[in-house]
Design a protein around this ligand. Structure first.
Ligand code: PRX
Length: 635
C-alpha cells in the first residue's frame, strides 16, 4: 500500500470528499497502484441495487496469493509473515517467513490438486488456529478452489448443514485441537457429520494433538505423507476478479445460516486498503488480531489484509485465560505486538480479573488497539484505554459485518479524535445513511435511524451461496436502492456514528425507541456489574417493558439484591433517563453467547416473554447449559 495513506484529519476529509464524489475513480486508483494484476479491468464497478447485482473490476485477472505472498519475496522473503503462538506457552512459537509460506502454500495446493480439487470446487476447512489453517486457505486461493472455513468448535450438525449447503468435495480437518487445558476430538465430529454429506469425497487430516482417530479407508488421508512428497512449486491459477474466493456462513437470527460469498479482487482491494489505514500499519510492525480465522475478522484481518500489505500477523491457538488470565498480555510482551485487535467480550472478561495481571507485563510496544464485533460499552472502553493502551494508544472501534467484507466505520489512529462507544467516521469510499421507518433519509446531525449504505464498495458480499433471492430480500429490499445493515445507529452533533445494536433488538417503551446498547452500557457502569443484556417483553401499559439479565463481577451472594437493583436503575436514570429503567432485573451466572462472543438476545427475549417452547437454532451457542439455569430462575 504505497498510496492512499491518510496523513491527518484535513487529509481524511479531503480524501473522503473525493471518494464520495467519484467512488469509481477512487477505487480505480487504489486498485491500480497497489496490487499486481495479470490483466486490468474493463470497468471499475457495475451495480444494480434493485437486483443486488454488484461487480467490481470487471474482467480483471489476478491471483490473490501472488499479491499476498509472491510479490513480497524480493524485498521481504526472509521477513516473518506469520507468527504461530501455540496454546501451550511452553511449546515454541513458530516464525514462518514469506518464502517459507510460499513453499507451504504450494505444497498444500499440490496435495489438494492431487485429491481432485479443481478451480471452482468447494473445500471445507475445519481446523484449529494452527498454521495449516492459513496455508490451506491460501492453497485453495492459489488453485482457484473456494474455501469455506467452519469454526472448529461447531457441532456435527452445524458442520453437516454447512458442508451440504456448499457441496464441498474435500474437508480438511485435524485429529483434534487444544483449547486451554482441554483437547477436543475434531475428527470425531467430522466423522459424524460426513456420514450425511454425500458430496464429500476425501477428508484430509492434519495431525495436531496426536489423539486417537479412526481413518475410513478410501476417504480419509493423513496430510503429512502427501505433503512431504509434494513439490514446493505451484503456478497460481489465473482468476477473474469476480471468481468466488470464499464462502463464510453467518448465523441469521432465525432460519438457516447464510453462506456469504466473497469474490476475489474486490475483497483483496478492500481488506488491504482498510488494514493499512485503520491499523496505521508500518513495515516491521507486529500485528495481532485475536479472533478465530473461522470468523470474517480472521479472514480479513488475520490473513488477507495483513498479508496483502506484507505484514507480520500472529495466529494464536489458545484462549485468553490459559494458563492464566494474563495470556494476552504475556503474548503482547513476548512478540512486541504493535497493533492489538480484539472483541468487547474478551475485554469485559479480562477486566473482571485483577488489574495485576495486566500490570505484570510490559505493553509498551503497543501503538494501536482495536475492538470489533459488538458495541463496546463505556466502561470496557475506558478499561481498555487506561490499562491496555495506557491512554496513549488510540482505540479503533471498528464497525463492520461478515457481509461488508471489511471495516466500514472506524476512527483512523492518530487522525480521528476518538470518543468512547463511537465508531466515529466512515472510511473513504463508504457512504452511510440513516433512514427512518418510512424509508426517508434522515439528514442532519443528532439523529438516529436504520443504518444503510448508499453506494457499493469493493468488499461487499456478492450473494448468499445458492440463494440470491434471500440475499436480495435480506439486504436490498427494506430500503430500495441501498444496502441495509440491520443495525441501528445515531449520528452525533459532529457527525460521528454510534452503533446502537441490531434493529431487531430495538425496544419500544411507551412510544420511545430504545436501543439495547446504550442501556447495557449504562447498566455496566455500576461497579458490581460485569456484563448485561437487555430485552423487551410485552407490557399492558407501556407496550414493551425492559428486562435485564445481569452478570456480576463476583458471585453476588453477599449482596442485598434488591438494593443492587435499585442502584442499577439509579445509574440508568442518571445516564439515560427514567424511561429506560428496567422493570425486571435477573442476576445470572453467565449470559448465553454465540461462539463468536455475541450475546444471543433472541433466546433471552423468549425467556423474558415466558415462551420456552422453541428457542430456534441454538447450534452456534457456546454455553447451552446456561439457558436452563436462566429459564429456571426467570422472574
Ligand atoms: O451489529 C453489528 C455488530 O456485529 C454485527 C456483524 O456481525 P458479524 O457479521 O459476525 O461480524 C463481526 C465482525 C465484523 C454488526 O451488524 N458489530 C460489529 N462491530 C461492531 C458492532 N457493533 C457495534 N460496534 C462495532 N464496532
Amino acid at each position: 500500500m504505497k498510496n492512499y495513506v491518510i496523513d491527518d484529519l484535513p487529509d481524511y476529509f479531503k480524501q473522503y470528499k473525493k471518494s464520495i464524489k467519484n467512488p469509481k475513480k477512487f477505487w480505480d486508483k487504489v486498485a491500480d497502484e497497489n496490487f499486481v494484476w495479470y490483466q486490468r479491468w474493463s470497468k471499475v464497478v457495475s451495480y444494480d441495487m434493485e437486483n443486488a447485482k454488484i461487480e467490481w473490476f470487471k474482467n480483471a485477472k489476478l491471483n490473490i496469493t501472488k499479491n499476498c505472498i509472491d510479490r513480497h519475496l524480493n524485498e521481504r522473503g526472509d521477513k516473518t509473515a506469520i507468527i504461530f503462538e501455540p496454546n501451550d506457552p511452553k511449546e515454541e512459537a513458530q516464525h514462518i517467513s514469506y518464502k517459507d509460506l510460499r513453499d507451504r502454500v504450494c505444497k498444500m495446493a499440490n496435495v489438494l490438486r492431487d485429491l481432485g480439487v479443481e478451480k471452482g470446487d468447494r473445500v471445507c476447512i475445519y481446523l484449529p488456529m494452527i498454521p495449516e489453517l492459513a496455508v490451506t486457505m491460501l492453497a485453495c486461493a492459489r488453485l482457484g478452489a473456494v474455501h469455506s472455513v467452519i469454526f472448529a468448535g461447531f457441532s456435527a450438525n452445524a458442520v453437516e448443514s454447512r458442508v451440504n449447503d456448499c457441496g464441498a468435495k474435500v474437508i480438511v480437518c485435524s485429529d483434534g485441537s487444544f483449547r486451554g487445558a482441554k483437547s477436543i476430538d475434531l475428527k470425531g465430529i467430522i466423522d459424524e457429520a460426513v456420514e450425511k454429506c454425500p458430496t464429500v469425497e476425501k477428508v484430509l487430516v492434519v495431525k495436531r494433538t496426536g489423539g486417537e482417530v479412526k481413518m475410513k479407508e478410501g476417504r480419509d488421508l493423513w496430510l503429512a505423507p502427501l505433503y512431504d512428497q509434494a513439490p514446493s512449486d505451484f503456478i497460481s491459477v489465473i482468476m477473474d476478479a469476480e471468481d468466488p474466493l470464499f464462502i463464510l456462513y453467518t448465523s441469521g437470527s432465525t432460519g438457516k445460516p447464510k453462506g456469504m460469498l466473497h469474490t476475489t479482487a474486490g475483497f483483496m482491494v478492500f481488506t488491504a486498503y482498510t488494514f493499512k489505514n485503520v491499523f496505521n500499519y508500518k513495515e516491521n510492525d507486529i500485528y495481532w488480531c485475536t479472533a478465530d480465522i473461522g470468523w470474517i475478522t480472521g479472514h480479513s484481518y488475520i490473513l488477507y489484509g495483513p498479508l496483502a500489505n506484507g505484514a507480520t500477523t500472529v495466529i494464536f491457538e489458545g484462549v485468553p485465560t490459559y494458563p492464566e488470565p494474563d495470556r494476552f498480555w504475556e503474548v503482547i510482551e513476548k512478540h512486541k505486538i504493535t497493533q492489538f485487535y480484539t472483541a468487547p467480550t474478551a475485554i469485559r472478561a479480562l477486566a473482571k480479573e485483577s488489574y495485576d495481571w495486566v500490570e505484570k507485563h510490559d505493553l509498551s510496544s503497543l501503538r494501536v488497539i482495536g475492538s470489533v464485533g459488538e458495541p463496546i460499552n463505556d466502561e470496557a472502553w475506558h478499561w481498555y484505554n487506561d490499562h491496555v493502551g495506557k491512554k496513549k494508544c488510540p482505540i479503533v472501534d471498528t464497525w463492520w459485518q461478515t457481509e461488508t467484507g471489511g471495516i466500514m466505520i472506524s476512527p483512523l489512529p492518530f487522525i480521528t479524535p476518538t470518543k468512547p462507544t463511537y465508531a466515529t467516521l466512515p472510511l473513504p469510499g463508504i457512504q452511510p445513511v440513516l433512514m427512518d421507518d418510512k424509508r426517508n433519509e434522515i439528514t442532519g446531525n443528532q439523529v438516529d435511524g436504520n443504518l444503510c449504505i448508499r453506494f457499493p464498495w469493493p468488499g461487499i458480499a456478492r450473494t448468499i451461496w445458492g440463494d440470491h433471492q434471500r440475499y436480495k430480500e435480506t439486504y436490498f429490499t427494506a430500503f430500495p436502492g441501498k444496502y441495509f445493515t440491520g443495525d441501528g445507529a445515531l449520528r452525533d452533533e459532529v457527525g460521528y456514528y454510534r452503533i446502537t445494536g441490531r434493529v431487531d433488538d430495538v425496544i419500544i417503551v411507551s412510544g420511545h425507541n430504545l436501543g439495547t446498547a446504550p442501556i447495557e452500557d449504562s447498566v455496566n457502569q455500576h461497579p458490581a456489574v460485569a456484563e448485561s443484556a437487555i430485552v423487551g417483553y410485552p407490557h399492558d401499559v407501556k407496550g414493551s417493558a425492559l428486562y435485564g439479565f445481569v452478570m456480576l463481577k463476583d458471585s453476588g451472594e453477599d449482596r442485598d439484591r434488591d438494593n443492587l437493583r435499585k442502584e442499577i436503575n439509579g445509574v440508568i436514570s442518571d445516564t439515560i433517563g427514567p424511561i429506560a429503567k428496567l422493570d425486571k432485573i435477573q442476576f445470572v451466572s453467565a449470559l448465553p453467547k454465540t461462539r463468536s462472543g455475541k450475546i444471543m438476545r433472541r433466546i433471552l427475549r423468549k425467556i423474558a416473554e415466558g415462551d420456552f417452547a422453541n428457542f430456534g437454532d441454538t447450534s452456534t451457542l457456546l454455553n447451552p447449559e446456561i439457558v436452563e439455569e436462566i429459564k429456571n430462575e426467570k422472574m
